[in-house]
Design a protein around this ligand. Structure first.
Ligand SMILES: Cc1cc2nc3c(=O)[nH]c(=O)nc-3n(C[C@H](O)[C@H](O)[C@H](O)COP(=O)(O)O)c2cc1C
Length: 362
């Protein structure tokens, strides 16, 4: 049913305001009947961070901020779903308009600002589905007015440790002033220490949940050196590269929305986020796995992420423009590549092009 709506309704959704279209999509997904996903090709299975992913393609954070439709997303064929960003207290985010389509560029600019229902409501929803299968990551952040930002991350993790399959520490949203400063060495070290402490305290009852760090694409390589050094020293479980960019890569066509402040996602983010992924891969030296996200909208772009260093991938904006068929296309392309390369598993292809990518001119 959702697939039929996706095919027929998506062109109509483009005619209304972007945020209204998103709200309508979530509503339709809550009410439309879903059948369980068809079993994936076994070669697409990925074992990482103590979890077994049926396929490597995840729904990126920001689509289902409030854990309204994680099971519908899994039933559509995603290998995992990342909900959030969730903050300890509910907050309404920035004033609308705050979400802008750039259709000719196949991109979106958002400055939502962590609008979300808060950990208590999200915990209720996730607890209600606790017996259901499927990997649900929880992306956590700090409230805009938090006096102690690192404390907010620890609070969110303590509150959601039981239902979460993994946590993503989001220090890369451009829409909460100052949040990206948590990527600086000393602040990041303190943040990760407190986050890991919160995770370890909850482990006795909730189990040890993996902690991932999601970074911005707008970092100098010296900053990335520091981030990876801290992440490795603190022994986190993985990194996600990347969030949206505050830059406006050249040759954009939708120049009026491009002037809006906020984070740019979609096709124009692909080159930058893939370069940062490769740069991260060569620094991490396989100490932990990477999730590649940013501008995936085809089998080819998904494969490029894997070859640049991603064991798992996520997408959001590509779905707005291509619909669910892109999910099937990506899975087919990955299986085809495994066959062509004579590889038994995706892990064999991860990072094959990383060094070449880092050698390219910016
Ligand atoms: C409307 C919108 C809202 C988003 N909200 C979040 C968020 O709450 N937390 C987060 O970590 N990333 C958020 N993102 C970023 C995505 O998770 C992803 O990192 C980024 O969009 C790049 O992927 P894409 O090009 O496939 O969209 C959001 C993206 C969009 C388009």
């Amino acid at each position: 049913m959702i697939r039929i709506l996706d095919r027929l309704g998506r062109p109509l959704l483009r005619l209304i305001d972007a945020e209204a279209a998103h709200a309508l999509t979530i509503k339709a997904m809550r009410w439309a009947p879903t059948l369980p996903a068809r079993a994936d090709d076994r070669r697409l299975q990925v074992a990482a961070m103590g979890l077994r992913f049926p396929n490597p393609v995840g729904m990126a954070a920001g689509f289902d901020k409030n854990a309204r439709v994680p099971d519908a997303l899994l039933a559509l064929g995603f290998g995992f779903v990342e909900i959030g960003t969730v903050t300890p207290r509910p907050q309404s985010g920035n004033l609308p308009p705050r979400l802008f389509r750039m259709s000719r560029d196949r991109a979106v600019i958002n400055r939502l600002g962590f609008n979300n229902d808060g950990v208590a409501r999200v915990r209720e929803r996730l607890t209600a589905r606790a017996s259901a299968a499927g990997i649900i990551g929880v992306n956590v952040g700090a409230n805009k007015d938090a006096p102690d930002r690192a404390g907010d991350y620890a609070t969110a993790i303590a509150a959601l440790a039981e239902p979460a399959s993994y946590f993503t520490v989001n220090v890369s949203s451009p829409n909460t002033p100052g949040l990206r400063d948590l990527q600086h060495k000393a602040a990041l070290d303190d943040l990760l220490a407190r986050v890991i402490d919160a995770r370890d305290r909850a482990a006795a009852t909730a189990g040890r949940k993996p902690i991932l760090l999601k970074i911005a694409p707008d970092l100098a390589l010296a900053e990335l050196d520091d981030i990876v050094a801290v992440a490795r020293a603190r022994r986190i479980d993985g990194m996600i590269i990347s969030n949206t960019t505050v830059s406006r890569p050249g040759a954009l066509q939708d120049l009026i929305p491009a002037r809006e402040p906020g984070g740019l996602s979609g096709r124009p983010l692909f080159a930058l986020s893939t370069r940062m992924l490769a740069e991260t891969f060569v620094r991490v030296e396989r100490a932990f796995p990477l999730i590649g996200v940013g501008g995936i909208d085809s089998g080819t772009s998904a494969l490029a992420k894997v070859r640049a260093g991603a064991l798992l991938i996520q997408l959001y904006t590509g779905l707005i423009y291509c619909g669910l068929r892109v999910l099937d296309e990506i899975k087919r392309a990955l299986v085809r590549e495994l066959e062509v390369e004579g590889a038994g598993a995706l892990a064999d292809l991860v990072g094959r092009d990383a060094s070449a990518r880092t050698a390219e001119r910016w």
